[in-house]
Design a protein around this ligand. Structure first.
Ligand code: FAD
Length: 361
């Protein structure tokens, strides 16, 4: 399947352009782009800075639109084989009082399918397995792209994350990663809480989602905490099961990262008729809306669908079509996620909580 494009026996649309592509970065965005390009018959080389793929990470929310993107990339069944639905989640106060429901029911009703959660390592495995099955992609590990202009390929895709070398080479350093002054902590506890959603305090929050049987995915921010002990202390008097979830996760497995976003937004996601940016390289966002992986998948599918449909001379037009389809939407999501972060971490939460009770969905 590919958004109306007809594919031949090998998955490549007959009579269309097939060329060589270099994809910088083997994260979710880069691997999904490689899958889409391979299905369109392109010869793909993925350059990955790390010596091996790091199969760590917690869970990603996969919105129904991103599920459709995975369906079109041929990965829908692999997703559904391991993902769990996300339903029945609430926003609470630290004392456990329910303030509102997360809008999951509305998402499911509109899309006809639920939001799903999938562990990052499994999604990476599924993308690698699909590339293996398709053949024709070379992944070169331990190979950071340093001079994008020197590459001799028809298409260069910058999927190299928030510090993108491709973005810097083609757009300079005016847009760059900006810290928002908070660190996030993520982890997976070894028991199932059965109680999901987010708890919003004054300047901090704690979220819990399902991920797979017997485990609970969690994420948290506490502005002042720099150690796992401080994080546990900050949540010690929050409602059950928050302290138990932290107690049941070995701190050696917690991941801490500075929350950053790309600022200011880019004027384009494409350059020079042969370069495109996808995922965090194009629009890194705060994680509050849980859209980092979704937007990377949507970019990858839109880009490769446009490229697959292009005539030999039509790559620049295909890239413009990709930019027109994705740039404003992705930037709107990034903007909304940043605003949600401000709202969630309000220092004086009384007004916020009152608003939450009256706002629809
Ligand atoms: C190891 C890891 C674990 C993560 N865990 C989580 C998680 O648990 N929860 C969550 O919400 N998000 C997590 N993320 C972030 C999330 O995957 C991304 O925000 C989102 O999926 C967008 O993906 P991306 O492919 O655009 O960027 P990324 O996932 O950042 O991938 C970019 C890739 O490009 C590579 N790269 C960077 N520079 C170069 C270069 N110059 N040349 C070649 N390769 C380069 C990087 O090594 C990386 O593999 C994680 C990211 C990584 C890399």
């Amino acid at each position: 399947m590919s958004g109306g494009t007809t594919y031949g026996k090998t998955g490549a649309p007959s009579g269309r352009r097939r060329g060589t592509a270099v994809v910088a970065g083997a994260g979710i965005g880069g691997l999904a782009t490689a899958v889409g390009l391979r299905r369109a018959g392109w010869t793909v080389t993925v350059l990955e800075r790390r010596a091996a793929l790091e199969r760590y990470g917690t869970a990603f929310g996969i919105h129904p639109t991103a599920q459709t993107a995975l369906d079109r990339l041929g990965l829908g069944d692999a997703l559904r084989a391991r993902a769990v639905p996300y339903r029945d989640a609430r926003i609470r106060r630290p004392d456990g009082t329910v303030l509102a429901a997360l809008p999951l029911e509305r998402i499911e009703r509109r899309a006809g399918r639920p939001e799903l959660l999938i562990s990052r390592p499994y999604l990476i495995e599924a993308l690698l397995a699909e590339l293996d099955r398709l053949g024709g992609t070379q992944i070169v590990y331990g190979s950071p792209l340093t001079d994008p202009g020197a590459l001799d390929a028809d298409l260069l895709v910058g999927a190299d994350g928030i510090n993108s070398a491709v973005r810097t080479a083609y757009f300079g350093s005016r847009s760059g990663p900006r810290p928002i002054g908070t660190a996030a902590w993520i982890g997976i506890a070894g028991f199932e809480t059965g109680l999901y959603g987010e708890t919003w305090g004054a300047g901090s929050f704690f979220g819990m989602t399902p991920v797979e049987p017997g485990r609970t995915n969690w994420y948290a921010t506490v502005p002042a905490a720099t150690t796992a002990r401080e994080v546990r202390e900050a949540f010690a008097d929050w409602h059950d099961p928050v302290p138990r979830v932290l107690a049941a996760t070995d701190p050696a497995t917690w991941i801490r990262y500075e929350m950053r976003h790309l600022h200011p937004t880019l004027p384009r996601f494409v350059a020079g008729g042969r370069v495109a940016l996808v995922g965090d390289a194009a629009h890194a966002m705060t994680p509050n809306l849980g859209q980092g992986a979704c937007t990377a998948l949507l970019d990858a599918e839109a880009l490769t669908r446009a490229v697959a449909a292009a005539r030999p001379e039509g790559l620049p037009a295909a890239l413009r079509a990709y930019d027109a389809e994705r740039r404003r939407r992705a930037q709107r999501v990034a903007f909304a996620s940043r605003n949600l972060h401000r709202f969630m971490t309000a220092r004086r939460p009384a007004m916020r909580d009152a608003l939450l009770r009256v706002l629809p969905g």
